[in-house]
Write a new protein. Structure first.
Length: 351
């Protein structure tokens, strides 16, 4: 065992979360979004675990990511490439049987010129990020249908705010799209979209973050943590009231305290915005971060965890105690950013 920071990935919990999401939409096929190295947790291992559990549809951002998924899941599952095709990547779609999501008229032209590989059509119903104009099925309906899309899709802007009016507006706009493509499967919901009710399910749901234990579902839905991030204590030492800690001396000890410095920093993905607000758990005892997070080190107050605080002992910064979205909120961010920011130096373990 090394003394590197460690991310233990709980593949069983990821599979359990996928089943939990699937149970919300029993009539839909629940896919899995694996972009950005499966949200930092390792594309191959996550893809293989989900494929073994029966997941047969995957989404990633780039064809290079799609090639990794294809190797892990074998020839049968469908793999969609959300960012669509580019001239330099066309060969990868052929070589790995990837399905391009077409997001713009230019991508449609590129794909049409390349022959008749399967594609999905992505419509912009209000997020204004990627997607074809919703007017296109009226102006160019026959041409679009002639592309024989295997999926029509759109993406919600505010699914994490259930009462936002844009949700219902996007749903209504998407229904019009699906009407223009009779018999073609449709997909609208990301993780938070899956919590908005059966109307949002269509034929395919597209959860990402919820598989990895993130998002803030309604209380009736219980997700499991997908990763435990822990790191070793390097040094334990007392400070006196008035002593200051770390770069910039941003923490002043209010009383005599016992501190521990842990080998984990912003190079590993613990953002600088976690300074003075993240919590590490030592033997189940919460130990607040004191001072700034530096590149390789973080200092915590172990005054309440004295017997356990020793060099070589590991402190949990994400996991069963250090809940992903709670930690993210402390650092003024989201679970997405904490997971995808996990550094390359963090050893991934798959027990
Ligand atoms: C990332 C992404 C998803 C998954 O979103 P989560 O919020 O992680 O569930 C679904 N659809 C599209 C188009 C995406 O870009």
């Amino acid at each position: 065992m090394s003394s590197l920071p460690r991310a233990t990935v709980h593949l069983d919990n990821i599979v359990a979360n996928w089943r939990t999401l699937a149970a919300l939409h029993p009539k839909a096929n629940t896919s899995a979004v694996l972009k950005a190295n499966a949200y930092g947790l390792g594309t191959e291992r996550v893809a293989a675990a989900l494929a073994s559990a029966g997941c047969d549809t995957f989404f990633v951002a780039y064809p290079e990511e799609g090639a990794v998924v294809r190797k892990a899941v074998g020839p049968d599952p469908s793999i969609f490439i959300l960012n669509g095709p580019a001239p330099a990547s066309m060969h990868l779609f052929h070589a790995h049987s990837l399905i391009a999501v077409l997001n713009s008229p230019a991508q449609i032209r590129l794909w049409s010129d390349a022959g008749s590989l399967p594609c999905a059509l992505h419509f912009n119903t209000g997020i204004n990020r990627l997607g074809l104009p919703t007017s296109m099925p009226e102006t160019d309906g026959d041409a679009l249908r002639a592309m024989n899309p295997v999926l029509v899709m759109s993406h919600l802007a505010c699914a994490d705010e259930p009462d936002h009016e844009l949700n219902a507006a996007q749903l209504a706009a998407f229904r019009k799209i699906t009407d223009a493509f009779p018999g073609v499967p449709a997909s609208l919901a990301n993780s938070a979209g899956c919590y908005l009710g059966r109307d949002y399910g269509f034929q395919f749901t597209r959860p990402g973050i919820a598989l990895y234990g993130g998002s803030v579902p309604p209380a009736r839905i219980q997700l499991r943590h997908a990763v435990t991030l822990d790191a070793e204590i390097l040094s334990v030492f007392p400070v006196k009231a008035g002593d200051r800690v770390g770069y910039g001396a941003t923490f002043t000890a209010p009383q005599d305290m016992l501190l521990a410095t842990v080998g984990l920093g912003y190079a590993d993905g613990v953002l600088r915005s976690a300074s003075n607000c993240f919590i590490g758990w030592l033997d189940g005892v919460p130990c607040p971060v004191t001072g700034r997070v530096s590149m390789d080190l973080i200092t915590i107050d172990v005054s309440k965890a004295q017997p356990s605080a020793k060099a070589g002992v590991r402190v949990e910064f994400l996991g069963a105690n250090a809940k992903l979205e709670d930690q993210a909120a402390r650092a003024n961010t989201l679970g997405y950013e904490l997971l995808t920011g996990l550094g390359t130096r963090v050893e991934r373990l798959y027990p």
